[in-house]
Design a protein around this ligand. Structure first.
Ligand SMILES: NC(=O)c1ccc[n+]([C@@H]2O[C@H](COP(=O)([O-])OP(=O)(O)OC[C@H]3O[C@@H](n4cnc5c(N)ncnc54)[C@H](O)[C@@H]3O)[C@@H](O)[C@H]2O)c1
Length: 442
């Protein structure tokens, strides 16, 4: 199959490289010429484990190419994927669909022969109808079928997720489109990945329902963590105790500083706006959004409480900035409101992240960027672990303690055990653990 992938970000690039790896002929398009130039040099513009190698190999073997010119690749394509961003629209929380419609208008002019247009971006229900309308408006003669094929990959494990998906959702009633989609995903089908054929609107809503449900699990365990702290229970054991129940499942039951990232916050907001438009109350989703917003802001108060409520003049080290490990993505990362609030309370903030520091520079001001975790904690009055990068799990605790002015560790991801931290002489505060587990007083 000849595929054009419009938008070469986290989703477009990973999907494009994986489709090429399946044997298809893929051209990734992006209007950001810097990105395309970097890709042509063999450099990935994003940090995603395994992606560099995948891009290099498939480019070398002639199945993957990059361009900022949409026309020629769309004209040759059997299938054109739209994988552009759908951020929150400023002001009202609706999904901003301007990039999707702009891409649809641009590709319409280049279509040649029957072409399947696939929306891979996360878009509100009904967007496919509008994409079809936009294309027919620009090119009344165009022979197209517009399909919804939402993407469920996770940053940090994107290639594995794309190649071994729990399911593939294809929203279309058009037989020709279903045939082409089946051909595109054939290697995964042979691997027994379930393919779910639905209507276009159902596929669009599946994506939002999935993200809202996962966000609900996180918000739920975070509230249980708060209660556990108050009543002297341990949320880690509660998460295990409920997660072993197959009806519940153990994933997404990790308490933390609140969910962030490029999907859950914007997608829950957009789903709520769709529900408002249709006058259908989604009170659970509404509560999840509110609880999560409050939680993100509350994390700085948790840190301040350890210092008796005031952070004036304190040096606080922060390990981990990205919204989760194994990505450089800073979009809506919980570290942003946390660090801003720490600064508002008078703290000087020093940070380290293995991959996200360049991206962080665009959103965080007045922080000191460190070369590594040990430099970050030098003479610090306290350390806050915000993102659970693997390398933070195995720090030399003796060295950390020796470097710190005051060995206080606030672990917002529960990556350490209180027993271990106490043994090393730290005052340790995790999430959702009983007060009796606290170590030496500061
Ligand atoms: N990031 C994830 O983990 C993830 C997972 C599942 C679904 N999604 C969804 O996939 C979509 C893309 O997300 P992303 O994280 O890859 O976004 P991104 O911002 O990383 O990438 C989008 C890219 O599209 C390009 N672009 C915009 N308009 C264009 C146009 N007209 N022509 C060519 N290129 C254009 C931008 O320059 C950018 O490089 C969103 O709807 C998102 O919700 C994201």
């Amino acid at each position: 199959m000849r595929i054009a992938m419009i938008g070469s970000g986290y989703v477009g690039l990973v999907s494009g490289a994986c489709f090429a790896d399946f044997g298809h002929n893929v051209t990734c398009v992006d209007k950001d010429e810097g990105k395309i130039l970097a890709l042509k040099r063999g450099e990935s513009p994003i940090f995603e484990p395994g992606l560099d190698d995948l891009i290099k190999r498939n480019t070398r073997e002639g199945r993957l190419s990059f361009t900022s010119n949409i026309n020629s690749c769309v004209a040759r394509a059997n299938a054109v994927f739209i994988a552009v961003g759908t951020p929150s629209r400023r002001g009202d929380g609706h999904a901003d669909l301007s990039y999707v419609y702009a891409a649809a208008r641009e590709l319409a002019t280049a279509i040649d022969g029957f072409t399947v247009i696939i929306t891979k971006s996360t878009v509100p229900v009904g967007t496919g109808d509008e994409v079809a309308r936009v294309i027919h408006e620009a090119r009344p003669d165009a022979d197209v079928a517009v399909v919804s094929n939402p993407e469920f990959l996770r940053e940090g494990a994107a290639i594995q997720d794309f190649k071994h998906p729990d399911r593939i959702v294809i929203g279309s009633d058009d037989e020709r489109a279903r045939y082409i989609m089946a051909e595109i995903y054939r290697p995964l089908y042979l691997n027994r990945a379930p393919i779910l054929y639905t209507s276009r609107r159902t596929a669009e809503l599946i994506k939002y329902a999935a993200n809202a449900f996962l966000a609900t699990k996180i918000a739920f365990i975070n509230e249980i963590a708060d209660l556990a702290e108050e009543v002297g229970a341990d949320v880690q054991e509660i998460a295990r105790g409920i997660g072993l129940d197959n009806r519940i499942g153990s994933k997404f039951l990790h308490p933390g500083p609140g969910f962030g990232g490029s999907c859950f916050p914007k997608d829950t907001r957009a789903l709520l706006q769709t529900a408002h438009d249709y006058e259908v109350p989604l009170r659970i989703v509404e509560a999840v959004i509110t609880a999560n917003d409050i939680r993100k802001r509350g994390m700085a108060r948790k840190v301040a409480a350890v210092f008796g409520g005031s952070l004036r003049g304190k040096i606080i080290a922060v390990l981990g900035l990205t919204f989760k490990p194994n990505t450089d993505d800073m979009r809506e990362a919980p570290s942003i409101p946390l660090i801003t609030a720490l600064q508002d309370m008078g703290a000087k903030v020093r940070v380290f992240d293995p991959a996200g520091m360049e991206q962080a520079k665009a959103v965080l001001t007045d922080v000191t960027y460190s070369e590594g975790p040990y430099a970050c904690v030098d003479r610090a009055d306290g350390l806050v672990v915000v993102t659970e990068w693997e390398q933070f799990r195995a720090l030399d605790l003796a060295q950390m303690k020796q470097r710190m002015a005051c060995p206080i560790l606030i672990d917002l991801r529960n990556i350490y055990s209180d027993e271990e931290m106490r043994k090393h002489g730290f005052y340790y505060v995790g999430i959702g653990r009983p007060a009796s587990h606290l170590g030496n007083q500061p």
